[in-house]
Write a protein that binds this ligand. Sequence first.
Ligand code: SF4
Length: 330
Amino acid sequence: MNLLEVKNLNTSFHIGVGTVQAVRGISFHVEQGESLGIVGESGSGKSVSMLSVMGLLPNYADIVADSIRFDGRELTKLSGKALRAMHGSEIGMIFQDPMTSLNPLFTVESQLTEPLRIHRHMDKRQARQRALELLRQVDIPNPEARLKQYPHELSGGLRQRVMIAIAIACGPKMIIADEPTTALDVTIQAQILELLQHLKQETQTSIIMITHDLGVIASMCSRILVMYGGTICEQGNARDIFYDPRHPYTWGLLNSIPKVQDAPAGKLIPIKGTPPDMLKPPAGCPFSPRCRYCMPVCRAYMPPTTELSDVHRVACHLMHPHAPKITREV
Ligand code: SF4
């Protein structure tokens, strides 16, 4: 059953020099208890699309969608107040840098008990008790002492665990984790991913993992959306994306991952060029200026989405039956 269903989402920002078309007509869904990965470079629209779903963008953002349904409710029809009430209670968010998302002026206890008091109407003693349970649940040692500390007194890994505890405090149905491990070193990164995986299995919470790192996606997600230039260029289950990718941008992402067998002499193959200027995105395929297989039709027309299976979909003119047969170069 679908917990979240988004249809034809478009988000743009009106700024002094024009309109940035950050998200352009994306549709996707998240099933109950599923881990969905959204991968792409900076500026691909992955974070903006989720902030649009949550209604967390500034006033100068224009969010238009045919439908955004969450747990049977149409979010596009909810008031700002009703939407805000869902944050923290039904949808939890984990951000990249807990140092900037946690308030440096408040203790862990006050930040952890606040959502419990607001959304679950707990009194001070009940909220403190639940906060201690949550810190234990995210494997924070000596939770009584940690409750009294301020964010700057904790290590990066502990701060991220506190963020996770806040995100799961009210038992949300879905967690959006936006680059949750980017600011951490690799050992702590692995621990945080393991913790998220464990919490998901324990609580059956759906997770949307936003990242530029396909390695993170591989260990966590059963289904993956690849975003480029504000569009979804390929989507499929983990097997489709890692073993049968069809879009040249997905090939580029996979080729830029270091391979153990190539070390130490193997070189990473970068994707040449830079992401498109979303003030003036290309008229056709957004990847056309960087794609080595670009054809004249690619510059003129946005590629349609071809369904290769129930879950594997690709937006590329190479999928046309009369297009040249190109296979991935590894
Ligand atoms: Fe490359 Fe054309 Fe496919 Fe875009 S549509 S990825 S430019 S081949």
